[in-house]
Ligand binder design. Structure first.
Ligand SMILES: [Zn+2]
Ligand SMILES: [Zn+2]
Length: 441
């Protein structure tokens, strides 16, 4: 069975997350996006764990579903074309901070478990190591290798995926406190790692350049801290809808059960290029080299982004597609497309209303972005939307890349193109003005 899964999100109990991230709202938002399986997130947090027990029923397949009474109520807020059901996979993210080989290491890891009994056992072990009550994503002084060992001891089918593996501060390969190879981190247990999360600032193509990652499944998840962000990256499966189905698809070396990922444009991620946000300095890896890694404005070390870090560890040529590489599709969220088309913020009421209208008529967001034939949008009464979607699908967009914690920004049309497409005449002056600004960048 074909389905889309988002395997990494957080609940309202994680730091810096939306207060309304509860099961009902996740159920509503995920179906509107077109997701069939979503992470519970945060199961180590006692309050969230109680909510799982209170609001969800375990299914035979190792996944969970909202209880009927809650589900019926929540579904009233989901357009009928999007009501395809949603199942939860027990998961949490651990922030590991520890010393290894003379350096402080900080990395995030996502843990997946097949049942509540295992989760209870796992939580008891975590509780002995550190504080799991103050943050849904607990920070523990635990070596990632030892975390993996605990995961493997907890249940035969439990597994661990290193999270957003390239982000500078908190990831296995991060420029600030990461390792250079998987084996350095997981040692003897490395063979138990079969999937890696590429994170928003990198895409599979960038990862293909690192031979150390060969044979590993590259997954993409939203790491959502609010409902709007759910499924901004996701995974396409064609397998049995079950815990073991998902696990074996991720382990499958033949690549027939894992069909690919939906990706953010990596330049849009917060840590794509190098730089200093406070100094307004954004640099490409070559430029950073020229400045010997120091900020030309303040003289302190620059935050090296994902592109830089991948180039350091890359040993294969750019643009070479390895055998058996899984396809991926770059997407721009519907809210961002509408924000550009309507010339208002992506979180504005106007965008939300348009988004709801489109979803109600054409189905879940990912279906619209990825596969809806453009000709079926012929009659849509939002000018430029169809053309905007066409451009996004063909990657005909302009991006100012993100750096040092600042998201990249995307534009689909220049002002000139917008007016032209909307049928205004005599645009010579505007075109000249725009040329001047584009040249300045
Ligand atoms: Zn994380
Ligand atoms: Zn600086």
């Amino acid at each position: 069975m074909k389905f889309i899964a988002d395997l990494h999100i957080h609940s309202k109990y994680s730091r810096a997350t939306a207060k309304n991230l509860d099961f009902e709202n996740i159920h509503i938002a995920a179906q509107k996006k077109g997701i069939s399986v979503i992470a519970t997130g945060d199961f180590t947090h006692p309050a969230w764990f109680s909510e799982i027990k209170e609001k969800c029923n375990p299914l035979e397949n190792g996944l969970f579903k909202l209880k009927d009474s809650i589900l019926r109520h929540a579904d009233q807020q989901v357009p009928p074309v999007c009501q395809k059901g949603l199942q939860f996979i027990l998961s949490c993210e651990i922030s590991n901070i520890y010393k290894k080989n003379g350096k402080v290491r900080k990395n995030h890891n996502i843990v997946f478990l097949p049942d509540m009994q295992s989760a209870e056992r796992f939580n008891r072990k975590m509780e002995r190591i550190g504080n799991i009550r103050s943050d849904g994503r607990p920070v523990l002084g635990l070596d990632a290798r030892d975390l993996l060992e605990i995961v493997l001891e907890t249940s035969e089918t439990a597994f661990l995926i290193p999270a957003h593996i390239w982000t500078p501060w908190f990831s296995i390969f991060g420029s600030k406190s990461g390792f250079d190879a998987l084996e350095e981190c997981f040692e003897d247990l490395t063979p138990h790692i079969f999937a890696l999360e590429t994170g928003l600032s990198s895409d599979p193509e960038m990862n293909w350049r690192v031979s150390n990652l060969k044979g590993l499944t590259l997954v993409s998840n939203s790491d959502a801290h609010s409902m709007e962000k759910i499924a901004r990256e996701a995974n396409l499966f064609d397998t049995e809808l079950s815990f073991s189905g998902i696990r074996s698809a991720l382990m499958d070396k033949k690549r027939s059960l894992f069909k690919g990922t939906f990706e953010f444009f990596p330049e849009e991620g917060k840590y794509h290029l190098d730089g200093h946000r406070k100094c307004g300095v954004r640099l490409k890896p070559e430029e950073t080299q020229k400045y010997q890694g120091l900020c030309p404005k303040c003289g302190k070390p620059l935050t090296l982004g994902v592109l830089h870090r991948i180039s350091e560890l890359a040993d294969l040529n750019e643009g070479k597609r390895p055998d058996g590489a899984i396809p991926f599709y770059r997407l721009l969220p519907l809210s961002e497309i509408l924000s550009e088309v309507l010339e208002v913020g992506p979180a504005s009421k106007k965008v939300k209303a348009a988004q709801d209208k489109i979803i109600k008529k054409y189905g879940p967001e990912l279906t619209i972005l990825h596969e809806l034939p453009l000709k079926s949008l012929e009659g849509i009464d939002i000018p430029l939307f169809k053309e905007a979607l066409r451009r996004v699908r063909n990657y005909e967009i302009f991006i100012q890349p993100g750096y040092d914690g600042e998201f990249g920004t995307v534009r689909i049309f220049t002002d000139y193109e917008r007016r032209k497409l909307l049928g205004q005449r005599d645009l010579f002056a505007l075109k000249e003005a725009e040329k001047a600004t584009l040249n300045m960048e």
